[in-house]
Design a protein around this ligand. Structure first.
Ligand code: ATP
Ligand code: MG
Length: 556
């Protein structure tokens, strides 16, 4: 076997060599169903599922559903769908922390029995005040020395629903002077009258994250419990609980969270983008969620390649969003069919081209992959070109169409602009009159004369009209999280909708299975939500300009 590529794999390999856990590898991915998965989760799953499969183990999907007020089934479904799309396999069933509510309750009683947990009647504010600070030790709760009998009685009655929400909690009895705040008698159960999406109203008490996580890992037989760095300080508590309960003890290992420039990753903030109507939902193509990326046209391969390239990192860092986009382009470049489409159409009339004539021009489907073959696109007297590809009064270095200048139409002919037609009232150019050179079919002049520019076009009569949505970054600031209020750094142009784009006729049959490069414009993908037969909507997945690759080449 080749040597491990990162410190987590090193640990796993050492454990395998030492036959720890009987040679088993089991990881888990524990999303809380309180939002959709995002690109950070994709990174975590690449590690959790990736390591399990590389070492012949399994990775459990376990919903960490201990917060009934924020969680729901919509999120559970979306998480499963996204994981499947990413290609992850969690065996025959998903697990839920709520499956273990009985076991966890039993574990809590065991701690009470051992004198290692007590019911505390301090208010949440008092608990906080008693906890002390990083520089000052905490103070013991006046309820800390309750007898085992009294604690058992009170905890049983908490479970029976006898007390008001917030009136009491169960705390682990560890050390109020510990330098680690997580060990200052952490709360492990709280009273909460909330209907749970799986257990309904069965439970008026719920375990905290810290209490549910390690014990659920243990019940499932997890060997390596891989999580993000913010849990490093929780590891002593994780270990303490498992040791006191004398149960199977998985090893918690932390890696650094993924941060991305121009991106917010907190689910709470993403939910507020949705609730405040800045986006149309969790799957709005501007969101950093997996479902948004899927809808926008990213491929799972591109997302996974990105995750692999980031790898397992121990220190917090911020990846550049250009890197993610680079992987998307690299993948789409290989698989996307090239087509011609005009986003902002300008009519071109070729005066010397016979009226009523149509020619089928041969066009290559993908120069990167000859096996994808070719197709034909119709050419006729009236075409559309991109408004940007024409200038009435261009600077010298403008190599596209302008009065008196000649350009090549991709897969078509050379044309020369003779005149323009303007709207009488607005002065706007509404039509460009050109002539073509019949000798240049296919883009070469027999006399060897050259043109500097090649532009794309569609035949006006044959084109399909579609809506195209162009996306830009959601935020104008590289670090939206650093802003006091992210509203101040929202990009007002994150979405530009173009309603009358003209596309080559074959795109009338476009389906979300197909991926396209509109030549010179980027990669585009049929929007699965808003498209209707005869009224397709395309999302621009990503433009063609690869600023990341360019920067790499320049040796940055
Ligand atoms: P948030 O704080 O936004 O609610 P979370 O970490 O609570 O996110 P979970 O659903 O608990 O979200 O995450 C499930 C798993 O994914 C955890 O193991 C978590 O560490 C990991 N994870 C979450 N965000 C990232 C990220 N940005 N990079 C890498 N892993 C992440
Ligand atoms: Mg969490």
């Amino acid at each position: 076997m080749s040597s491990p590529t990162d410190f987590i794999r090193s640990i796993v390999e050492e454990d395998l060599e030492a036959n720890k856990n009987g040679g088993r590898v089991m990881t888990r991915f524990p999303p809380e169903p309180n939002g959709y998965l995002h690109i950070g989760h994709a990174q975590a799953t690449a590690i959790d599922f990736g390591i399990a499969s590389e070492y012949g183990g399994v990775c459990n999907l376990r919903f960490d559903d201990t917060n009934p007020t924020k969680e729901n089934v919509e999120y559970v479904k979306s998480i499963e769908e996204d994981l499947r799309w990413l290609g992850h396999d969690w065996g025959s069933q998903a697990y839920y922390s709520s499956d273990y509510f009985d076991d966890l309750y039993g574990f809590a009683k065991k701690l009470i029995d051992k004198g290692k947990a007590y019911v505390c009647d301090l208010s949440p504010a008092e608990i906080k005040e008693y906890r002390g600070t990083l520089t000052e030790p905490g103070k013991d709760s006046p309820y800390r020395d309750r007898s085992v009998e009294e604690n058992l009685d009170l905890f049983t009655r908490m479970r029976a629903g006898e007390f008001e929400q917030g009136s009491r909690v169960l705390r682990a009895k560890i050390d109020m002077a510990s330098p680690n705040l997580n060990l200052r008698d952490p709360v492990i159960y709280r009273i909460l009258y909330a209907t749970h999406h799986r257990t309904g109203d069965d439970w008026p008490i719920y375990p905290t994250y810290d209490f549910a996580q390690g014990q659920s890992d243990s019940i499932e037989g997890v060997t390596h419990s891989i999580c993000t760095l913010e849990f490093e300080d929780h590891r002593p508590l994780y270990d303490w609980l498992l040791d006191e309960l004398e149960v199977h003890h998985p090893q918690q290992i932390e890696f650094a969270r993924l941060n991305l420039t121009y991106t917010m990753m907190s689910k709470r903030k993403l939910l507020s983008l949705v609730e405040d109507g800045h986006v149309t939902g969790w799957s709005d193509p501007r969101m950093p969620t997996i479902s948004a990326m899927r809808r926008r046209g990213y491929t799972p391969e591109a997302v996974n390649n990105f995750s692999r390239s980031v790898g397992v990192v121990k220190r917090n860092h911020t990846a550049e969003i250009q890197l993610l986009e680079h992987f998307v382009r690299e993948d789409l470049n290989r698989r996307a069919q090239r087509v011609l489409g005009v986003l902002r159409p300008l009519k071109v009339v070729i005066e010397n081209y016979p009226e009523g004539q149509t020619e089928e021009m041969e066009a290559v489907n993908n120069p990167e992959d000859p096996s994808m073959g070719s197709r034909t696109v119709p050419f006729s007297r009236e075409l559309y070109i991109e408004r940007d590809d024409f200038m009435e009064d261009p600077p010298k270095k403008f190599y596209r169409l302008a009065p008196g200048r000649e350009v090549r139409l991709r897969y078509g002919y050379f044309i020369t602009c003779q005149s323009v037609v303007k709207d009488e009232h607005t002065g706007e150019i509404v039509e460009v009159r050109c002539t073509y050179d019949p000798e240049t079919r296919g883009g070469q002049a027999p006399d060897g004369r050259r043109v500097r520019g090649t532009i794309h076009w569609v035949s006006a009569e044959h084109a399909v009209t579609a809506e195209v949505r162009l996306y830009d970054r959601m935020f104008t600031d590289e670090r939206p999280d650093a802003a006091d209020d992210y509203n101040s750094v929202l990009n007002p142009e994150s979405l530009v909708t173009l309603n009358s784009c003209r596309l080559e006729p074959g795109l009338a049959d476009a389906t979300p299975e197909a991926r396209y490069q509109f030549e010179r414009l980027g990669y585009f993908y049929v929007d699965s939500v808003d498209s209707k037969p005869g009224a397709l909507v395309f999302n621009r997945t990503v433009s063609l300009k690869d600023s990341w690759a360019k920067a790499q080449k320049a040796g940055r």
